[in-house]
Design a protein around this ligand. Structure first.
Ligand SMILES: NC(=O)c1ccc[n+]([C@@H]2O[C@H](COP(=O)([O-])OP(=O)(O)OC[C@H]3O[C@@H](n4cnc5c(N)ncnc54)[C@H](OP(=O)(O)O)[C@@H]3O)[C@@H](O)[C@H]2O)c1
Length: 206
């Protein structure tokens, strides 16, 4: 399967590392083609560079404010695809709240913006880039919490995560992204207290 990652930054590197580890192809799209080229070289032969989105799954590895612009720019290419929203819309001035209005989430906003028929899945917002590159945290598998309204789309993202050596957990419908984004905020906010340098991971056991 080919996965397009828009944004060749920290999470582009992290998710790209897991995708190629699972034997899947990565297509990198960044506003700075040199960043895509450098990351593709780092990720190896399964990674390519592009200016447009061609993958069955498209990960928007972008800051919250850039997601809207990227969807507008790649609108035609996104139609009918699985779009993965990984955003943590953190209010960095306080690190106490998210910046999305009550009663919605970044992922639900993304779902409103993409063309009809495009399936939006929330995933990877609770895993830090550093741990994705390493493929583990404290010697244990990473867990990818996945929310979405389309079961087949969630299963595709789960299969990608599992192929990359992670454990996928379906946590319910897309509106649950509101909670996942709070979990993402919580995980960021406790880093200083833990002294873990963004190398910790959220884990569910039952
Ligand atoms: N870092 C983490 O551990 C982590 C964990 C979970 C979730 N997240 C979420 O993941 C998202 C990405 O975070 P990150 O840490 O990977 O950010 P980042 O390192 O800043 O990477 C973002 C990349 O996207 C590029 N970019 C920005 N706008 C673009 C556009 N319109 N079209 C194409 N490329 C564009 C940036 O280019 P420039 O360098 O030119 O700006 C940069 O290369 C954020 O929403 C964050 O909340 C991050």
């Amino acid at each position: 399967m080919k996965v397009t990652i828009v944004g060749a930054g920290n999470m582009g590197r992290g998710i790209g590392s897991r995708v190629v580890a699972g034997g899947n192809e990565v297509e990198l799209v960044d506003r700075n083609p040199e960043d895509s080229r450098n990351l593709a070289e780092e990720l190896g032969p399964l990674a390519t560079v592009s200016q447009s989105v061609g993958g069955e799954v498209v990960v928007l590895a972008l800051p919250y404010d850039e997601v809207r612009k990227a969807i507008a720019e790649h609108r035609d290419g996104l139609a009918g695809r699985i779009v993965v929203d990984i955003v943590n819309p953190v209010d960095w001035s306080t690190m106490e709240t998210v910046t999305t209005p009550a009663g919605t989430s970044a992922a639900e906003e993304t779902a409103q913006l993409v063309p009809e028929g495009t399936k939006v899945v929330k995933a990877f917002n609770t895993t830090f880039a550093k741990t994705l590159v390493a493929g583990e945290a404290a010697g244990q598998k990473l867990e990818v919490l996945i929310a979405g309204d389309d079961d087949a789309a969630k299963a595709t993202v789960a299969a990608l995560a599992e192929a990359g050596g992670m454990r996928a957990v379906d946590v319910g419908p897309l509106r649950r992204a509101r909670m996942l984004e709070q979990v993402g905020l919580f995980h960021i906010a406790i880093q200083e207290k833990l002294g873990s340098g963004f190398a910790s991971a959220i884990s569910l056991r039952w």
